[in-house]
Design a binder for this molecule. Structure first.
Ligand SMILES: NC(=O)c1ccc[n+]([C@@H]2O[C@H](COP(=O)([O-])OP(=O)(O)OC[C@H]3O[C@@H](n4cnc5c(N)ncnc54)[C@H](OP(=O)(O)O)[C@@H]3O)[C@@H](O)[C@H]2O)c1
Length: 265
């Protein structure tokens, strides 16, 4: 079924647009005719993507906003900058996120705090600020990127998994709270080959999980289709959907013990 095209003048913010899934979201939204605000810390890959996309889709505009979203105050600063540029977002893709792998007791407290600022605080603040603007305009779409790690405890990625459980619960609550004016959809991607593992400190998924890997392009498409179909949440990939269905059948303590054993192996 063709996706609903929201029109050529609609602005979409994509956070984490310098690599991986964020670039896939940007390419797909550009194909659908959206003008884009690209946000991440790395300017060069976003500039390069902007050039490629404006050449391929001359009808869209692209605004590149280099920004560290783990910095307190980043979300209001971003929305103020967009306001000053006359950009009112119709779509927000809350995709920027990072992991931190390893045992909690060996992790840096400031890295953990930065991850929580990025994965939770800036996502929550952007949802609130963009959500208010969307409510005023009478329409809007927000996609929250959680993870399969939101389904249960994740030893070895304990704080990351907990941050994604926040995103899932928050996104599903907002779906009911803001409907029907603003649509909020939560995407739970499984494993993808992106910069995530390296940024998480060399995270490597257990061998069996490699069978569930899907491309970031496919995951982005699944997320956007669900968003424009006004779904509450979606899991990307058939095997991941099966795992999500089966997950409540085993105890959370058992799942945690299994992942902890794999972490130590
Ligand atoms: N890959 C997976 O297996 C997987 C699975 C489930 C969920 N996810 C989720 O998918 C989302 C996208 O991750 P990915 O797989 O595409 O990984 P990625 O390739 O590492 O991309 C992460 C993006 O977030 C941006 N980012 C990181 N720290 C930032 C900061 N402080 N301020 C602003 N932007 C920041 C990065 O840009 P800069 O470094 O330039 O700032 C990059 O554009 C994340 O939320 C992740 O948790 C990934």
């Amino acid at each position: 079924m063709p996706s609903r095209n929201l029109g050529t003048t609609r602005w979409a913010i994509v956070t984490g647009a310098s690599s991986g899934l964020g670039q896939s979201f940007a390419r797909s939204l550009a194909r659908r005719g959206h003008s884009l605000v690209l946000v991440a810390r790395s300017w060069a890959p976003m500039r390069e993507l902007a050039t490629t996309l404006t050449t391929a889709h001359p009808g869209i505009a692209i605004h590149v906003e280099p920004m560290d979203l783990s910095r307190p105050g980043a979300a209001p600063a971003l929305m103020d900058a967009l306001d000053a540029a006359g950009i009112a977002p119709a779509v927000l893709i809350n995709n920027a996120g990072r992991g931190l792998s390893g045992p909690l007791l060996d992790q840096s407290a400031s890295d953990l705090r930065d991850m929580i600022e990025l994965n939770i605080v800036s996502l929550m603040e952007l949802s609130q600020l963009a959500g208010r603007a969307m409510r005023q305009r009478g329409e809007g779409h927000i996609l929250q990127v959680a993870s399969m790690a939101a389904l249960g405890p994740t030893p070895g990625l304990a704080v990351y998994g907990a941050s994604k459980a926040f995103v899932r619960s928050f996104g599903e609550a907002l779906h009911a709270e803001l409907a029907p004016v603003v649509t909020v959809t939560t995407l739970m991607p499984g494993l993808m080959d992106t910069g995530f593992g390296a940024a998480a400190g060399g995270y490597e998924a257990p061998g069996w999980a490699r069978a569930t890997v899907i491309s970031p392009d496919a995951a982005a498409e699944i997320g956007l289709e669900a968003l424009f179909a006004r779904k509450s949440s979606v899991v990307s990939g058939r095997l991941n959907r099966l795992m999500a269905l089966l997950s409540p059948l085993s105890s959370r303590a058992g799942q945690a013990r299994m992942l902890a054993r794999q972490m130590r192996a």
